[in-house]
Design a protein around this ligand. Structure first.
Ligand SMILES: Nc1ncnc2c1ncn2[C@@H]1O[C@H](COP(=O)(O)OP(=O)(O)OP(=O)(O)O)[C@@H](O)[C@H]1O
Length: 312
């Protein structure tokens, strides 16, 4: 369990983490999402004692990380995949970490095996690809067999095989009962990997809950309507707008209607004698929810277009 209470960090006059309170529960993968500069890395660094909070606390299993007798046995972190000394072999890097943290050295081959690096254990970390470096970073985080894992952008820059491996591996660690907290920019990846989501923007908490709830809260369900190009879609769009509905026309033969049930769109089409080929509820996506949630937190973001702006 990882607990943040009123966690705040200021650099000069700038508040980069702003009164963050949340609990990251065991047995789940919790995704930590936010635009560039939102404060994700700073939050993770404070959780493992690398940055000092201006106010508030970060507790790992109820204790500040810096006060833990054997911190690596409680929480492991991957904050920078290239943190290993480039001239040390993977084996040497992990051995040094194990020795300086009172961790039995038998853990070194165990974690190298767990992340699939046994065959390259004697190679220098500096010669590793990004994917191998990420695996070594995960091995280092696992060295003390900790119950809490914090991973900052563990799939950044990985190829699809690497992404799939990290996803499967992290889910298996959560299934063992560990607390897995990972940050990423990849919303689609988060939708596949995480059980819960924490979304921040400009250091502030924007959403915290199961992935499905965050997606539902951040999206408005829309209805996709398809019909003949000159078959009265404009008439239907006019009627929908008069009813207070937001309408966009993404293609000449399509309308995207937001804020009204699918059945109502069908009834209005019938009343207006508009011929339809398709009437379909669109899936809400995390990407859309994320864009809505964070649109005010991104300095140079683009606001979503309304129906009127889309030229309907
Ligand atoms: N040591 C520091 N001194 C001053 N400002 C800092 C320092 N570290 C981070 N910041 C600022 O704090 C803000 C949050 O940065 P942080 O790296 O935590 O964000 P992030 O969400 O991890 O972003 P990204 O996704 O781009 O890595 C940024 O504006 C950054 O410039």
């Amino acid at each position: 369990m990882l607990t943040l209470r009123g966690l705040t960090k200021r650099y000069g006059g700038k508040t980069v983490v702003d009164d963050l309170t949340l609990e990251v529960a065991p047995g789940k993968v919790t995704g930590f999402l936010g635009p560039n500069g939102a404060g994700k890395s700073t939050t993770m660094r404070m959780a493992v004692g690398l940055d000092r909070p201006t106010s508030g606390t970060a507790l790992v299993r109820g204790t500040p990380y810096a006060e833990l007798a054997h911190p690596l046995r409680v929480a492991g972190a991957l904050l920078d995949a290239r943190a290993a000394h480039p001239r040390r072999t993977a084996h040497q890097h992990l051995l040094a970490m194990a020795r300086s943290n009172g961790i039995p050295t038998r853990r070194v081959p165990e974690v190298l095996g767990a992340v699939g690096l046994s065959d390259v254990a004697g190679r220098r970390a500096g010669s590793f690809s990004l994917g191998m470096a990420q695996r070594l970073g995960i091995a280092a985080a696992l060295l003390g067999d900790p119950e809490v894992l914090l991973l900052d952008e563990p799939v950044n820059g990985l190829d699809p095989d690497g992404v799939l491996w990290v996803r499967t591996f992290l889910r298996s660690l959560a299934a063992e009962g560990r607390t897995v907290f990972l940050s990423s920019h990849l919303m689609s990846e988060m939708q596949l990997t995480a059980d819960r989501l924490v979304v921040i923007g400009r250091g502030r908490l924007l959403a915290d809950g199961p992935v499905t709830d965050v997606v539902a809260a951040g999206t408005r369900r829309s209805v996709r309507v398809r019909g003949p190009r000159n078959g009265g879609l404009a008439v239907l769009a006019d009627r929908l707008v008069r009813e207070g509905t937001e309408v966009a026309r993404p293609a000449p033969d399509e309308l995207s209607v937001t804020g009204v049930p699918l059945e109502r769109v069908g009834d209005l089409a019938h009343e207006e004698h508009v011929h339809l080929y398709e009437l379909r509820a669109e899936e809400a996506s995390l990407e859309e929810a994320y864009m809505r949630l964070t649109s005010r937190s991104v300095e140079y973001g683009q606001a979503p277009r309304t129906g009127a702006e889309a030229g309907v």
